[in-house]
Design a binder for this molecule. Structure first.
Ligand SMILES: Cc1cc2nc3c(=O)[nH]c(=O)nc-3n(C[C@H](O)[C@H](O)[C@H](O)COP(=O)(O)OP(=O)(O)OC[C@H]3O[C@@H](n4cnc5c(N)ncnc54)[C@H](O)[C@@H]3O)c2cc1C
Ligand SMILES: NC(=O)c1ccc[n+]([C@@H]2O[C@H](COP(=O)([O-])OP(=O)(O)OC[C@H]3O[C@@H](n4cnc5c(N)ncnc54)[C@H](OP(=O)(O)O)[C@@H]3O)[C@@H](O)[C@H]2O)c1
Length: 419
């Protein structure tokens, strides 16, 4: 469905003209936009560093993962989840849904190509997107040239590896949560899980279910909420209440229910932040934890909560309270970061943290045909909202262009040179 002209230069590097936008990333955000563009007959190219769609879900998540929000908040535009899917689809079901989605809309990304730089060429009024192949020993490079660029590389593109004294000298295995699959191989092992976000909590639960002995590091504070309140999803309830009540009152209601249903988490070493869960998420992007059984394991002593880390030694860890623990392995559930600043040479719209500077709902459109999808800190629902706005806007530009140029070769193409 997309058309582009290609030119190989003397060094085997390709230069590709793309009609329509280049979309970087074939995760849920990239797929959602692609589907909405396909629907309008607009050509595009999707570039993906991995060899599959939704690589976060297929390659960088653990086996027991389920969507933690009800399915109605997680489906992409135009195709709902199959009716027989449960309220919280598991990872396999979600991947099957996305594979089917890509197939239905005939979305065929350029796989195994990592965008290493993208820059707006003021002289030509075009984006120049350079990629390098991620497979094979021969490093092939391609430059895509386009008028519109959609950044859909995700909020969780890379794992955070914290600098902690002595970590390199630790003799056991150290992995990031993105490489954790299951607790099976940790049976009987003493495992330190660093971090208590949704990943840290769920990895600890999984380890405990596989008869490992997890200790979970809680260095500051976190809101833990029940996944459901009175049989209704906590998220759904919060969304409903927010239609009628100010955020701070909804926060208070959620905290009262949390206190009634799960008790005072401080008793188990998990302090609550002073700001309410929704206010904290809105103002600082910190996601509350939706409990799916970890608290019970903490209460029963199967998971131990420990304070921050002072340093690692050969086979032990020293905590800030002076306690020393023997450990076999470390799992860093220390979060993720956006990789946009590494490759996008643009600092007006995107900030240094790799997120758009303007907050939601104005975080989807920059200047000169630049768009951002999936950076609202609102998960899959945010990706869908972005896709609808971006594809509508691109549709308008596309129609305008067609009317103006009436199929003529654009004059600005003349200033393109290869590498
Ligand atoms: C463990 C875990 C569980 C989660 N569970 C939920 C949940 O239940 N509900 C929810 O709403 N959200 C959840 N999220 C948030 C999650 O990020 C989104 O659901 C969703 O994956 C975002 O889609 P995306 O397309 O924006 O980003 P991603 O899924 O991260 O996709 C981005 C794609 O861009 C590619 N890419 C990155 N850099 C480059 C580059 N330089 N060149 C080419 N390609 C590149 C990546 O390989 C990837 O395929 C979860 C996140 C994690 C880590
Ligand atoms: N089932 C699901 O749907 C599911 C499962 C997992 C993840 N997710 C989503 O994926 C995203 C990422 O979640 P995440 O849990 O991986 O990351 P996260 O929410 O960013 O949490 C990172 C955790 O690591 C801690 N940390 C960072 N550096 C540390 C250090 N040096 N020492 C001790 N602790 C440290 C942080 O503590 P501080 O707070 O003190 O910084 C925080 O507790 C979220 O949007 C989440 O909702 C969803």
């Amino acid at each position: 469905m997309f058309s582009f002209s290609e030119k190989n230069n003397l060094f085997g590097r390709r230069c590709v003209w793309v009609n329509g936008p280049v979309i970087v990333g074939a995760g849920p955000s990239g797929l959602a936009i692609s589907a909405c563009l396909k629907d309008q007959g607009i050509p595009f190219v999707v570039i993906e560093r991995s060899d599959c769609i939704a690589s976060l879900w297929q390659k960088r998540t653990y086996d027991r993962l389920k969507l933690h929000l009800p399915k109605k908040f997680c489906q992409l535009p135009k195709i709902p989840f199959p009716e027989d899917y449960p309220e919280y689809p598991n990872k396999k079901q979600f991947i099957a849904y996305l594979e089917n989605y890509a197939k239905k809309f005939d979305i065929k990304p350029q796989f195994n190509e990592r965008v290493q730089s993208a820059k707006y060429d003021e002289a030509c009024k075009l984006w120049r997107v350079k990629t390098v192949s991620t497979t094979g020993s021969f490093r092939s490079e391609t430059e895509y040239i386009c008028q519109m660029l959609v950044v859909a590389t995700g909020e969780n593109a890379e794992g955070v590896i914290p600098e902690i004294e002595g970590l390199e000298d630790f003799s056991g295995e150290v992995i990031h949560a993105k490489d954790y699959k299951s607790g099976e191989k940790y049976k009987g092992k003493k495992v330190l899980v660093v971090g208590c976000g949704n990943s840290g909590m769920e990895v600890s639960l999984d380890l405990s279910n596989h008869d490992a002995k997890p200790s979970m590091v809680v260095r500051s504070s976190v809101h833990v909420l029940p996944r459901e309140i009175l049989g209704k999803s906590t998220f759904d309830l919060a969304m409903m209440l927010m239609k009628w009540l100010p955020l701070w009152i909804v926060d208070k209601i959620l905290l009262i229910f949390a206190w009634l249903l799960i008790g005072n988490t401080q008793h188990y070493g998990i302090k609550r932040p002073s700001l309410g869960p929704l206010t904290l998420k809105n103002n600082h992007g910190k996601t509350p934890v939706l409990d799916i059984g970890t608290l019970d394991k903490i209460r029963s002593g199967d998971i131990t909560v420990v304070p921050g880390i002072k340093r690692f030694n050969h086979n032990t860890v020293e905590l800030v309270n002076g306690q020393i623990l023997d450990i076999d392995s470390v799992i860093l559930a220390t979060g993720y970061f956006s990789n946009v600043p590494i490759w996008l040479h643009e600092r007006e719209f995107f900030g240094e943290n790799g997120f758009p500077k303007t907050p939601f709902p104005n975080s989807w459109k920059g200047k000169a045909g630049l768009y951002a999808s999936g950076f609202t800190r609102r998960g899959l629902a945010g990706a869908t909202a972005d896709a609808l706005k971006i594809s509508k806007d691109i549709g308008k530009q596309w129609k305008k262009e067609l009317n103006h140029k009436k199929q003529k070769v654009p004059t600005h193409r003349r200033c393109i040179s290869t590498f």
